[in-house]
Design a protein around this ligand. Structure first.
Ligand code: FAD
Length: 378
C-alpha cells in the first residue's frame, strides 16, 4: 500500500535522508514525509563546512571520523557526488582571551590524534592568504576539516533511497499522531494517514512543535542564519572559516555578528552568518543583516570586495538545551526514533544515518548513544 512502510521518516533533510539511505540498503521499505521539499530546511541553506573542533570528543567525534570514510565511498562507488574536499579549516579569534581558550580546545583534539594548531597573526595567511591579519588576531587550525556540497549530498542520499524503493511525499505535513497501546499507530498528515512499524522523527528545528502533539517537551530551540552567495570566481579562500565562538563554545552568548564562509568547488562563495534567535520559523532576510554581513566580510577580506552577490537567504537550525543531540528511541512511545538537534549535521550525517539503521533493524547497538536518549526530556 502506498501509505504503509516498515519505517516512516518525517523530514527530508540530510539526517532523514541518511537514515532512509541506510535503511533501504538493509531492505526496509521506507516512506519519507516532507512538509515542504527535500532539502528545503537547514540542509539546503548552509555553508557546507565539515567541522571537527566544535565536536565533543567521544561518539560525536567518532561519527565525524567514520563519516569522512563513508563520504569518500559514495563518490568512489558512483552513487552520488558530495564534492567533498579536505582542505583544513580555521576558526577566527579576535583577542587574547579567545586565543587562550582556543589553545585549550586544540590541545584536547591533538591529544586524540587530530592535527590542530593555533596560528597567530601572519601565520594565518599560510591557510588563508587573503585574510586581513590586522583584524583577526589568531585562529585555530584543523587539518582534517573540509567542505562539501550540502545540497547534492542531501538529495544524493534521498535519490539513492528512492532507487532502492523508498517513497518520498513532498508538501506533506505531519499534523498529528494516533496511538494504540502507547505506540504510534497512525501518522496523520494534511494529505492523509501513513502507517509504519517505526516512526523516525528527523524534523530539525521543527521538532519541539511536532512533539508537543504527543505531549512531549524536548528542549530544542532554533536560530535563523543568513548567508549570501557570490558568482563563481578563481580560488581565493582555501577552506572553511568559522567564528571562533563555534570552537570555544560561546556561540549563543550574544554576539551575532559572526563570520563563517566557504568557497565551493564551483568557485562560488557562501558568506555568513548573521545568526539570531527567532520565533515562528521566520526565514526572511533583513536589509540590515545583509549589509552587516557584506561589511563584516569586506573588513576581513579587503582584497575581495569586488565579488558579485547573487542571492541571500536564511535557514533555521536547531540547538538543544544541553547541546547534545536527541537521538534514539523514545521511552514514552517505544516505536518512535528521534534524530534531531544534531548540530553541524553534515560532518556526522553518514554515521548518524548508518547507526540509526543498525539500531532500528536490530543489527547492533552502541551504548554510548544512551547519553543522547530522548528519555532525558520525557
Ligand atoms: C546559515 C547556516 C549555516 C550552516 N552551516 C553549516 C555547515 O557549514 N556545516 C554543517 O554541517 N552544518 C551547518 N549548518 C547546520 C546544518 O544545516 C544542520 O545541522 C542540518 O542541515 C540539520 O539537518 P536536519 O536533517 O536535522 O534538519 P533539516 O534540514 O532542517 O530537515 C528537517 C526537515 O523536516 C521537515 N519537517 C519539519 N516538520 C515537519 C512536519 N511536521 N512534517 C513533515 N516534514 C517536516 C522540514 O521541512 C525539513 O525539511 C548550518 C545551518 C545554517 C542555518
Amino acid at each position: 500500500m502506498h501509505n504503509q512502510g516498515d519505517v516512516i521518516i518525517i523530514g527530508a533533510g540530510v539526517v532523514g535522508g541518511a537514515i532512509a539511505y541506510y535503511l533501504t540498503k538493509k531492505g526496509k521499505s521506507v516512506i519519507i514525509l516532507e512538509q515542504d521539499e527535500a532539502a528545503s530546511g537547514a540542509s539546503g541553506g548552509n555553508n557546507g563546512q565539515i567541522s571537527i573542533i566544535d565536536r565533543k570528543p567521544g561518539l560525536e567525534l567518532d561519527w565525524a571520523k567514520e563519516s569522512m570514510e563513508l563520504f569518500k565511498g559514495y563518490e568512489a562507488n558512483g552513487e552520488f557526488e558530495t564534492d567533498l574536499e579536505i582542505t583544513g579549516g580555521i576558526a577566527l579569534f579576535y583577542n587574547e582571551n579567545e586565543i587562550e581558550k582556543g589553545k585549550k580546545v586544540i590541545k584536547k583534539y591533538n591529544d586524540i590524534g587530530y592535527n590542530c594548531e593555533i596560528l597567530i597573526g601572519d601565520e594565518i595567511k599560510k591557510q588563508e592568504p587573503n585574510i586581513d591579519t590586522t583584524i583577526v588576531m589568531g585562529a585555530a587550525y584543523c587539518k582534517e576539516e573540509g567542505k562539501l556540497n550540502p545540497f547534492s549530498t542531501t538529495i544524493g542520499f534521498i535519490d539513492q533511497a528512492i532507487v532502492k524503493g523508498a517513497k518520498l511525499y513532498q508538501k506533506t505535513k505531519v499534523l498529528n499522531f494516533n496511538l494504540e497501546n502507547n505506540k504510534i499507530k497512525e501518522v496523520v498528515t494534511d494529505k492523509g494517514s501513513f502507517y509504519g512499524e517505526t516512526i523516525v522523527v528527523a524534523t530539525g528545528a521543527w521538532t519541539r512543535d511536532l512533539m508537543s502533539k504527543l505531549e512531549l517537551d524536548y528542549k530544542i530551540f532554533y536560530g535563523r542564519g543568513s548567508l549570501m552567495v557570490t558568482n563563481p570566481v578563481e580560488q581565493c579562500v582555501t577552506g572553511p572559516i568559522v567564528p571562533g565562538s563555534f570552537t570555544i563554545g560561546t556561540l549563543y552568548e550574544g554576539n551575532w555578528n559572526l563570520l563563517g564562509l566557504t568557497q565551493h568547488k564551483n568557485g562560488t562563495l557562501t558568506i555568513g552568518q548573521d545568526t539570531r534567535s527567532f520565533n515562528n520559523y521566520n526565514k526572511g532576510v533583513s536589509y540590515d543583516g545583509t549589509i552587516g554581513l557584506a561589511k563584516h566580510f569586506a573588513k576581513h577580506f579587503p582584497k575581495l570586495t569586488n565579488l558579485d552577490v547573487v542571492r541571500v537567504w536564511s535557514a533555521i537550525t536547531p540547538h538543544v538545551e544541553d547541546s547534545l543531540p536527541i537521538y534514539g528511541y523514545s521511552k514514552k512511545y517505544p516505536n518512535m526514533f528521534l534524530a534531531a538537534g544534531l548540530k553541524g549535521a553534515f560532518t556526522i550525517a553518514p554515521a548518524v544515518g548508518k547507526m540509526a539503521a543498525d539500531i532500528i533493524v536490530g543489527d547492533s547497538y552502541d551504548s554510548r548513544v544512551n547519553e543522547y536518549s530522548p528519555a532525558r526530556f520525557e
